[in-house]
Design a protein around this ligand. Structure first.
Ligand SMILES: Cc1cc2nc3c(=O)[nH]c(=O)nc-3n(C[C@H](O)[C@H](O)[C@H](O)COP(=O)(O)OP(=O)(O)OC[C@H]3O[C@@H](n4cnc5c(N)ncnc54)[C@H](O)[C@@H]3O)c2cc1C
Length: 374
């Protein structure tokens, strides 16, 4: 059993914990504690792997837009780019026109390529759409598919290269605050750290309560996804997201003429190892078949993950105002992968006592937007 002292203990080995470790390890002694025997076992490995800017509201627009530079860079540790071009097309019927024009206009404030589309252009962009259902839309031509596991691995490799210790099978079961920091009881021994970063995803409030920190009211929401094979070439198709409730769903082209599909469901759940719901798969198939001429009849694989939201659905990256040294890195909802490069910069600047990243403040985002008690 180890008994170790570190500047910082990060709880959680998903993308939030990994980017924190990567950004903190160069200047601090860091340990990352993961309860499972593999990293990224929960939500991080279950995402749709999309880079997108126009969804998620003011805060995620800015986090995601600012993350693009890092995601576009050539990283010497990787043998392939993190992003692969794949437009995203939200579609709907006429009654959504005002809403969709507004979404397009808000997206275009930061990325002028984002625009409102209508009529025949929709079937030109995605030939299997039914023109009577997909009547208008918002197109983000610069969106992309994102290699999530390569990004997670990149963070972990950089953290290890900077001497961070990554401990798996190390569930944190107790956190006690004392004068000089925190003592963490874990499945692999006791750890002492001056700072705790709570990157526990769906378990964020559980970890907070353990440390005597007031929970912020996180809600994990289950989303089921599946893949299916289609009898036609899907290369060049966009990800299509149907916002109309009666057809709600999305589908994304994947290698080998497969589609990754979902009902885009949000079902509140306790923090658990989420399992797919057959009914959500069936409803997604029904909606995709109403929206397109695909005629999906079978699925290849199914899975589910928990997207965890704060009460206002914006992420929470900041110090707790009552328990000194406790940093929240939670509430990433549906955009925790894309926003992770900026999340890492936010925690690194906060711990170093530096000002909020200028890439974010230059476009109107402040630490207050991310403050746990905003
Ligand atoms: C179907 C679906 C589609 C999505 N699509 C996208 C997308 O296209 N783009 C995007 O950016 N995002 C997407 N997301 C959201 C994204 O996956 C999440 O925002 C992100 O993975 C959250 O990362 P996390 O590190 O906070 O959580 P997690 O990956 O769940 O990591 C938290 C970790 O903390 C560990 N932990 C918890 N309690 C303890 C403890 N007591 N001790 C030790 N370890 C503990 C857990 O085991 C877990 O590994 C999607 C999510 C789903 C489900």
């Amino acid at each position: 059993m180890a008994n170790d002292r570190f500047d910082i203990a990060i709880i959680g080995g998903g993308i939030g914990g990994a980017t924190s470790a990567c950004h903190l390890a160069p200047n601090h002694s860091v340990i990352l504690l993961e309860q499972e025997n593999e990293l990224a076992y929960h939500t991080t490995s279950r995402s749709a792997a999309v880079y997108l800017e126009h969804d998620g509201g003011f805060v995620f627009h800015r986090l995601n837009r600012s993350a693009r530079q890092f995601l576009d860079e050539d990283h010497p540790e990787l043998d392939a780019p993190l992003l692969h071009p794949m437009p995203v097309l939200d579609v709907g019927t006429e009654e959504l026109e005002d809403q969709m024009r507004e979404v397009a206009a808000r997206g275009a404030e930061l990325n002028p390529a984002i625009r409102f589309v209508a009529g025949e252009e929709l079937t030109e962009i995605c030939p299997v759409l039914r023109p009577d259902v997909a009547v208008i839309g918002v197109l983000e031509p610069t969106a992309a598919a994102l290699d999530v596991m390569a990004l997670h691995q990149l963070y972990v490799r950089r953290a290890r290269a900077a001497n961070a210790e990554i401990r798996r099978s190390s569930k944190v079961t107790g956190v006690t605050r004392s004068n000089d920091g925190f003592t963490l009881a874990t499945a692999s021994g006791q750890v002492h750290a001056g700072i705790v970063v709570n990157a526990a995803g769906a378990w964020g409030d559980v970890v907070a309560a353990m440390a005597g920190v007031q929970p912020i009211g996180l809600t994990p929401m289950r989303r089921t996804a599946f893949t299916t094979s289609v009898g036609q070439e899907t290369k060049g198709w966009p990800l299509v997201y149907a916002a109309t409730i009666s057809h709600q769903c999305y589908f994304k082209p994947e290698a080998g003429n497969q589609l990754l599909c979902s009902l885009a469901d949000e079902t509140p759940s306790p923090p658990v190892d989420a399992r797919p719901e057959e009914v959500d798969v069936a409803m997604a198939i029904e909606n995709i078949n109403l929206l397109t001429t695909l005629d999906i009849r079978s699925v290849n694989t199914t899975w589910a993950g928990l997207r965890t939201f704060s009460p206002d659905r914006d992420p929470v990256f900041g110090w707790d105002d009552e328990v000194e040294g406790f940093f929240w890195m939670v509430g990433q909802g549906g955009w925790g992968i894309v926003s992770s490069p900026m999340a890492g910069q936010v925690v690194a600047n906060a711990v170093a006592g530096n000002s909020f990243p200028s890439a974010l403040s230059d476009i109107g985002l402040t630490a207050e937007h991310l403050n746990p008690r905003r």
